[in-house]
Design a protein around this ligand. Structure first.
Ligand SMILES: [Zn+2]
Ligand SMILES: [Zn+2]
Length: 212
């Protein structure tokens, strides 16, 4: 078996996660036992929206509008809502205030797929060198580096004038503040919490297997 333990970081709060990733089988097709063809098509198209966006998010309205653009079989908006809910429960997507992002699990398990699919679009974080989806981007067109939000917070902490680490242009985005408890070092009092929220680390990662 080609299993590997991978380390990843939440793009949300910078927490580190570990996932057991099956290297022989990292494509979206592995989701096929849990999702039908048009549901997978919806997921791929939602992923397109997320990866192609500047900040790594897609709003629910845009995803719902995919309903009648599906080629395999059209869906009603209500059905799309249901699929989105399942994708969140199964930890492929995260939702916050109507904005959808790729989950830590999704980025870790589908890293190869994302790199193949979106070769030129995908950028690595200038700080941690992992794939940067949910991120801030330098607005200098000849630079355009990306940084994860928690990496931005850490990098600019304590600096008065934020400048791009690559081109030195002013960094025009809001500098997020990551609270101490959410920093990259998990506090020893809650060692299990990061594990719980991360990708399930067993050989049967799909929680929906327990559905019936
Ligand atoms: Zn980063
Ligand atoms: Zn720059």
């Amino acid at each position: 078996m080609f299993m590997q333990i991978r380390k990843g970081m939440s793009e949300e709060d910078g927490q580190q996660y570990y996932a057991l990733v099956n290297l022989a089988d990292t494509e979206i097709t592995r989701m096929a036992s849990d999702y039908s063809d048009n549901e997978l098509e919806l997921f791929r198209k939602a992923m397109d929206l997320i990866v192609e966006s500047e900040n790594g998010m897609a709003c629910s309205t845009d995803i719902l509008n995919l309903a009648d653009k599906l080629q395999s079989k059209k869906m009603k908006k209500k059905e799309v809502e249901g699929v989105l809910q399942r994708l969140v429960v199964d930890k492929w997507l995260c939702e916050k205030n109507g904005e959808y992002t790729l989950s830590t699990r999704c980025i870790m398990e589908m890293e190869q797929y994302i790199r193949n699919m979106y070769q030129d679009l995908v950028k690595l974080c200038n700080i941690c060198h992992n794939i940067a989806i949910q991120s801030q981007m330098c607005e200098n067109p000849s630079c355009g580096i990306k940084m994860h939000v928690p990496c931005v917070a850490r990098y600019f902490r304590g600096r008065t004038e934020p400048h791009c680490p690559a081109c030195n242009e002013f960094w025009p985005h809001e500098i997020p503040v990551i609270s101490r408890s959410q920093s990259q070092i998990p506090s020893p009092s809650q060692p299990a919490s990061s594990k719980e929220n991360s990708a399930p680390s067993t050989k049967t990662p799909r929680s929906s297997r327990l559905r019936k």
